[in-house]
Write a protein that binds this ligand. Structure first.
Ligand SMILES: [Mg+2]
Length: 474
């Protein structure tokens, strides 16, 4: 007798049967098979890797281990190993789609994102963090030089390859260090959520920044953060790379309760480190929840920067990253961010800087003059505006990064923010090898990007070998 089998790249109907489902669970879904692998010889078990069309974007790649119960010509009935669920797989017919697939699912199937769409998105996570680190490392050697000095030393194209800084080529600075600790704070918040049921990230992000402070040889006066977790153990992070004075002083004075810093600083040390907020929320929220993305971006920057331009820029950048991962254009992403920005007190400076960046990008002004008009980037709204300008006019990843570091101002920070955006837009395929290979902490950065993606699969630290030690939930 002919028996039901899975073929890679083919669509099937899946129905899940369980007593645990509430009314909102997606029990019926079209799936597209990526691969099917028999496991455990003779036990009628198989591993099915597939695209789950009824799940929100970002969490559609699934891997089930199935224990066959019954297989006929027309269906396969199997236990989903590790759960109480039974899955029924059948041919995906038009009748079935009419009956079971709601409109959204039907349109997903029609748009056929196909295998690889999740991999493409995950690649953009990696590119976002690597891009930021590359811009940071390229700018590191020229952070405190004027454009004239840069051209004088590196020639008419400016700096286009890593030059020695902080003891070598391709060394990252505080921008990337703090970005990694932002990610750590979010991931440890996630761990706290899945293991203790406590939502919110402000405590865990603040604690992560206190660990960064400790890597710089300083301690907070009021509280001591635990020096644990995987990131703190990376020896290369224990190095001073011109850390921002506001970050150091605000964290030394951190009162032990997360709140917007009591200073009036709007240095770019807040906005430069918030890209992981956009990545983290993209993992969970698909196309909705921009308010939360904005709010958490502001929170992360605001822990050290108390001026509205110091923290609202963090909210804007987090939304930009989130929307770029949704394949929005940068102009559309800016539109979405501005709606949230203008509702906040003290938004005027940031809004004006962003509008000026867009206007200049469409004006035909020579790039170096346009960037000069936007400022030097030591303050947050200028750093964000210069970065937005560079990402808007960039014809390639490489050109955008080179533009972002060859100016009078804070080259590593504008390089980092521009790299975050271009990475989220373009993926890793466009990053030149000559920048990628010597990059300090490349594996750590890639691992953190991957963790920001896979943390959607964390359900309890009990099931995840070693994850609690990697990201303790406090
Ligand atoms: Mg720096």
């Amino acid at each position: 007798m002919k028996r039901f089998t899975f073929e890679p790249r083919c669509w099937y109907a899946m129905e899940l049967i369980s007593s645990e489902f509430g009314p909102n669970i997606r029990r019926f879904s079209p799936i597209q098979v990526y691969s099917v692998t028999p496991v455990g010889g003779g036990k009628r078990r198989l591993e099915l890797s597939f695209y789950h069309a009824a799940y929100p974007a970002g969490v559609r790649d699934k891997l089930y281990t199935l224990q066959t119960i019954e297989r006929t010509e027309h269906f396969l009935l199997a236990l989903v190993v590790g759960t109480e669920r039974i899955a029924l797989f059948m041919e995906l017919t038009d009748d079935w789609k009419m009956k079971h697939a709601p409109e959204t699912v039907t349109s997903t199937v029609q748009s056929m994102p196909g295998p690889g769409s999740e991999a493409k998105l995950k690649d953009k996570y990696t590119a976002c963090l690597l891009g930021g680190a590359i811009g940071d490392a390229l700018g590191a050697a020229v952070e405190f030089m004027s454009r004239a000095e840069i051209l004088n030393r590196f020639g008419p194209e400016g700096i286009t390859d890593y030059a020695p800084a902080y003891g070598g080529k391709g060394k990252i600075t505080d921008d990337t260090q703090m970005t990694l600790f932002s990610a750590e704070g979010l991931l440890r918040g996630r761990m706290r959520g899945v293991s203790k049921g406590i939502a919110g990230f402000d405590h865990t992000v603040a604690n992560a920044y206190l660990r960064w402070l400790a890597t710089q040889g300083h301690e907070c006066r009021a509280v001591t953060a635990e020096k644990d977790g995987w990131l703190f153990q990376q020896p290369e992070l224990h190095s001073q790379r011109a850390p921002g004075m506001t970050c150091l002083s605000a964290l030394r004075d951190y009162p032990g309760v997360p709140e917007t810093a009591g200073n009036d600083s709007k240095g770019c040390g807040g906005v430069m480190r918030v890209a992981p907020v956009g990545l983290y929320w993209r993992t969970f929220n698909g196309n909705s929840g921009l308010e939360r993305v904005f709010e958490d971006g502001c929170m992360c920057a605001g822990l050290t920067h108390g001026h509205p331009s110091g923290y609202l820029t963090g909210g804007v950048l987090a939304v930009l990253i989130f929307e770029l991962l949704n394949d929005k254009t940068l102009l559309d992403a800016l539109g979405a961010a501005k709606i949230l920005l203008v509702a906040e007190r003290g938004h005027e400076e940031t809004l004006a800087a962003l509008d000026k960046a867009v206007e200049l990008s469409q004006s035909g002004t020579p790039h170096h003059i346009a960037i000069q008009e936007l400022g030097e980037g030591w303050v947050a709204e200028e750093a964000l505006a210069i970065s937005v300008y560079c990402a808007l006019v960039a014809e390639s990843f490489e050109q955008g990064i080179v533009l972002a570091v060859n100016h009078d101002g804070d080259s590593d920070s504008t390089g980092a923010i521009t790299g975050n955006m271009l990475g989220a837009m373009l993926g890793t395929g466009v990053i030149p090898q000559r920048w990628l290979e010597p990059l300090e902490l490349r594996e750590v950065i890639e691992a953190v990007a991957s963790d920001l993606w896979t943390c959607q699969e964390w359900h309890s630290f009990m099931d995840n070998d070693g994850l609690w030690e990697r990201y303790p939930g406090y």
